[in-house]
Write a protein that binds this ligand. Structure first.
Ligand code: EPU
Length: 346
């Protein structure tokens, strides 16, 4: 364990923001982390750095979680239970699962970041959320340095949400995540429009895990910028959920507005609640003319308006100001409060 000084964090965050860590340490094991917690509690954690916007230099000790390793806990003919350490790269892990014929994560191919952060925002794409396969999460309690196990239920997963973003925010450091995956009779999820199209284009009628993964990779590559080439953090905003009455008014004005019902209407009636509708933030932002807009070294991605990008040396503050401008305009025009999805560090 060696503490380094004045380290640029540019290569540690997918937005590629160049801020400095006064002190920086890379952690390779749970034991090292426990030792560190005995002497220092004010930590700034960075893992894959794929869901954060850094707006200033970091004065706290920056801890790069680099704990690697995958182990098979048990398996039978139908299922495998795996535990994966927090510092494993997410996409490499997904590809390894696909190649091993372990099903459940193939729709989550090519998502940037590391395994340790997948439960925090319950990553999701193309009809699948990671909560569907997580069995437990192990985390170190910062105050005590003890390992604590969170069951799937304990994690209180929701859309891009979990207990780690709410009640226990900042109190735990995820060290490993366990998954239950299928070995046969995989529950393939190919119903998402773009996946169906990609499979049909390749004349695939009975897709394998690899076929789904390849389709997802192709779709993501066609729509989302590769952080290695253009700095970004994926979707910058959450897709907003609004009341149906509000949505119907918008639909009158904008008949083409896409939407997804949030809960089946029978259930809504039984609960005596007003129905809600999810609207794609990308559509709202595009409608306001932001898609593809470039402001010097930063802007809004040309193929997906939900993604803000850093073309070269933008500062986090510039990108955050753009995000706030988008929020204001969405609110003025559509009366919708867009929520930022990435963690803005101020
Ligand atoms: N749309 C537009 N303009 C845009 C972008 C989207 O009109 O610039 C419309 C599309 O035409 C479509 C709808 O919005 O009707 C949905 O678009 P898309 O399928 O691209 O998905 P999304 O809702 O914009 C979400 C996730 C993505 C995930 C995709 C696919 C959120 C915040 N984002 O985006 O997640 O990859 O679905 O499942 O839920 C991420 O979280 O970083 C991320 C990339």
């Amino acid at each position: 364990m060696k503490i380094l000084e004045n380290i640029s964090l540019k290569k540690y965050n997918t937005f590629g923001i160049d801020v400095t860590a006064k002190r920086f340490i890379s952690i390779k094991s749970v034991y090292e982390l426990q030792q560190l917690l005995k002497i220092e509690k004010e930590l700034f954690l960075i893992s894959g750095g794929s869901n954060m916007l850094l707006t200033k230099d970091i004065n706290k000790l920056v801890v790069h979680i680099d704990i690697k390793g995958i182990s098979i806990d048990n398996e039978d003919d139908s299922f495998v239970n795996l535990t994966v350490n927090a510092g494993e790269n997410w996409h490499e892990f997904v590809l390894w699962c696909v190649d091993s014929n372990y099903g459940g994560l193939e729709n989550l191919s090519l998502i940037p970041g590391n395994v340790g952060t997948c439960p925090i925002q319950n990553i999701g794409a193309y009809g699948v959320e990671v909560k569907d396969t997580i069995t437990k999460v192990e985390a170190l309690e910062v105050a005590s340095g003890k390992l604590v196990t969170f069951s799937n239920e304990d994690c209180k997963f929701g859309y891009r949400n979990s207990i780690f973003k709410n009640e226990v925010k900042g109190n735990y450091i995820v060290t490993s995540v366990s998954f239950k995956l299928t070995k046969k009779q995989h529950h393939l999820n190919s119903s998402y429009g773009a996946i169906e199209v990609a499979l049909a284009e390749n004349n695939i009628t009975q897709p394998s895990l690899k076929d789904i993964s390849n389709a997802v990779i192709a779709i993501r590559k066609s729509k989302l910028p590769d952080p290695k080439e253009i700095g970004n953090s994926g979707s910058f905003f959450k897709n907003p959920v609004i009341l149906e009455t509000h949505f119907l008014k918008l639909q009158k004005k904008y008949p083409k507005i896409p939407f997804y019902p949030v809960v089946a209407s029978a259930k809504v009636k039984a609960l005596d609640k007003e129905a809600q509708v999810k609207v794609p933030a990308g559509w709202l932002i595009e409608k306001l003319g932001f898609k593809g807009k470039r402001y010097g070294s930063y802007g809004v991605h040309e193929k997906q308006a939900l993604v803000l990008v850093n073309y070269s040396n933008a500062s986090g503050i510039e990108i955050y100001e753009l995000a706030k401008k988008i929020q204001r305009e969405v609110h003025t025009t559509f009366k919708i409060a867009l929520e930022i999805e990435v963690n803005v560090i101020q």
